[in-house]
Design a protein. Structure first.
Length: 86
């Protein structure tokens, strides 16, 4: 997994989640045709980090509304669901 520092050295305009506690969930860099590369996070780990300060259901709701739902332009980070298909 890549660190914030490594990604910052590779991508000049990378956008990261705040607070830096989310750095634990960074998987690396995602690339899309015709677009700038973006930071890629593990969705489940992001929710786990939020669940340190709230119950799991609230963490999932907060993540869906405030993180997935936050468009910050073309450099908005992407999220990968690493759980096995259910």
């Amino acid at each position: 997994m890549a660190t914030r520092y490594e990604i910052m050295n590779r991508l000049d305009n990378a956008l990261f989640l705040e607070p830096p506690a989310f750095d634990e969930a960074i998987l690396g860099v995602a690339e899309r045709f015709g677009m700038e590369p973006v930071v890629c996070y593990d969705r489940t780990r992001c929710i786990d980090i939020l669940a340190r300060d709230m119950d799991r259901e609230d963490a999932e709701e907060f993540f869906e509304f405030n993180t997935i739902g936050a468009w910050m332009g073309d450099l908005t980070p992407v999220f990968v669901d690493t759980r096995a298909a259910e």
